[in-house]
Design a protein around this ligand. Structure first.
Ligand SMILES: C[S@@+](CC[C@H](N)C(=O)[O-])C[C@H]1O[C@@H](n2cnc3c(N)ncnc32)[C@H](O)[C@@H]1O
Length: 291
């Protein structure tokens, strides 16, 4: 064996040993895998460490959308392998619209399909069964991300976690036909050109706009709005954690109640204290958009 072959082999062994040594530390671990979870601009791993460490040794089904590498068949799979190392008892599932099945191995299974295809996602859910963690690091198109959340969040087990990466797509306006040449140059650029974000922070159709609305929904029991009909998400999200470029949502029963409001109207004893008989007597004007 040549000197070069030997040092390559030693390097490989060190790499493997380090992956084992740092198996409980997602920040160190992600720097040992060529993935997009920790680097100069992506700092997701530190937040995953906080949210995932209590779950590390549980037997879970974890689904990540976006195996990586886009149209390069040789690239990708690194984050799936990192999750496999970090969660030693869990099954790791990946989704990509490019065929990445050759990255399957023990405890890693990959589905090929488009995350904006609700039928495909439902088929994946029925194959996996209980899903405990979803990580969306796939399409850069806001509409795709929103559709995926609407389909996969209801499929999560109670207590499950839904993580969304690359929130930056909310702030990128579509670049239109001027850039279509760029899109033809690489699948990665194609994924960034017409993402459907906006310079206007008050639009309603971006992934960040969706999470901002869901954050209000956490407090739906405090809404003073008789007749308000809570959504599935109002009732099943118990916390939302906003970080730079990343959002982490916990599923659970959001039914703590309110000390002032019941069924979206003021409790009778409070009305009494206010000296009025009904909410109407307060002369409130409800916003037109409210249900
Ligand atoms: C940012 S990469 C994923 C990186 C990987 N998760 C990591 O941490 O190393 C995004 C991947 O999503 C895939 N993708 C893009 N649009 C998709 C879609 N609509 N459905 C499924 N996969 C998609 C791309 O092929 C690409 O491999």
């Amino acid at each position: 064996m040549s000197q070069m072959q030997l040092s390559k082999k030693t390097e490989g062994i060190f790499h493997l040993v380090n992956k084992y040594i740092y198996r409980k530390d997602l920040v160190k671990l992600s720097s040992l895998y060529d993935n997009a979870k920790w680097g100069e601009t992506h700092r997701f791993a530190q937040h995953y460490q906080k949210h995932f460490s209590p779950l590390r040794l549980k037997k879970l089904n974890i689904l990540e959308i976006g195996v990586g590498g886009y149209d390069n068949p040789k690239a990708g799979g690194e984050s799936l392998r990192m999750w496999k190392q970090y969660f030693p008892k869990s099954m790791i599932y990946g989704i990509d619209y490019v065929d990445k099945k050759h990255f399957e191995e023990d405890r890693i299974k990959i589905f090929q399909g488009d995350q904006s295809d609700e039928y495909f996602l439902k088929k994946v859910v029925s194959e996996i069964g209980d899903i405990h963690i979803v990580i969306d690091d796939g399409s850069s198109i806001n509409e795709h991300r929103i559709k995926t959340f609407n389909t996969l969040f209801p499929a999560l087990k109670e207590g499950g976690i839904y993580a969304e990466e690359n929130i930056h797509i909310s702030y990128w306006p579509s670049l239109g036909s001027k850039w279509s040449e760029l899109a033809e140059k690489s699948a990665f650029l194609a994924n960034c050109v017409n993402v459907g974000g906006s310079l206007d922070l008050n639009v309603s159709n971006t992934i960040m706009a969706m999470y901002k609305r869901l954050a209000d929904g956490l407090n739906y029991q405090e809404f003073l709005n008789p007749g308000y009909c809570p959504s599935y998400f109002d009732k099943n999200i118990v916390s939302i954690h906003f970080y730079h470029n990343q959002v982490i949502v916990y599923k659970g029963n959001n039914n703590e109640g309110s000390n002032i409001i019941e069924n979206n109207t003021i409790r009778p004893y409070i009305l009494e204290e206010l000296g009025v008989e009904s909410l109407e007597d307060l002369g409130l004007e409800f916003p037109k958009s409210s249900q």
